[in-house]
Design a protein around this ligand. Structure first.
Ligand SMILES: [Zn+2]
Length: 144
């Protein structure tokens, strides 16, 4: 890694905070490499690459498939919590429970979608930095 490499050294500390750094940047929907560029070009539309450092976000067909699993798993946990809360804390009829619960889960799913995508970009990036993959090497603006 060169001295102008924006990434933290992979072996900087134990289990090293660098994976957490990538995840923190993902939760801010920022490039996992530089932390500056947006991962998205529009709502839930992952950009091809970072406008700041050139990191390629969409490097192959199906690269975002993992985000669907993240989204599905987290949404299912949220739905289970909604069901538990509604059943445990209300005496609503089944119709009312469905009328309240389904929209809550749908809204959550819509709002969580970009987070699942950015988290997946960070997971892929972290994995590829660890493996020394070429696509994860630092790039200059414009992807050169
Ligand atoms: Zn970047």
């Amino acid at each position: 890694m060169s001295s102008d490499d924006p990434r933290p050294a992979p072996d900087a500390s134990p289990a090293s905070g660098w994976r957490l750094l990538f995840l923190r940047r993902a939760l801010r929907k920022r490039c996992p490499q530089c932390g500056q560029g947006s991962i998205f070009r529009a709502y839930a539309r992952v950009a091809d690459s970072c406008a700041e450092c050139g990191l390629v976000f969409r490097r192959e067909q199906g690269a975002q498939t993992g985000s669907m699993y993240v989204s599905a798993a987290v949404t299912e946990v949220f739905a289970a919590l909604v069901i538990l809360v509604v059943v445990a804390l209300t005496d609503w009829s089944t119709t009312v429970r469905i009328a309240v619960g389904v929209p809550l889960v749908l809204v959550f799913c819509y709002l969580f979608l970009p987070y699942s995508q950015s988290l997946w970009v960070a997971v892929e990036y972290g994995t590829d930095v660890h493996n020394g993959e070429d696509w994860a090497r630092p790039r200059r603006r414009g992807g050169a």
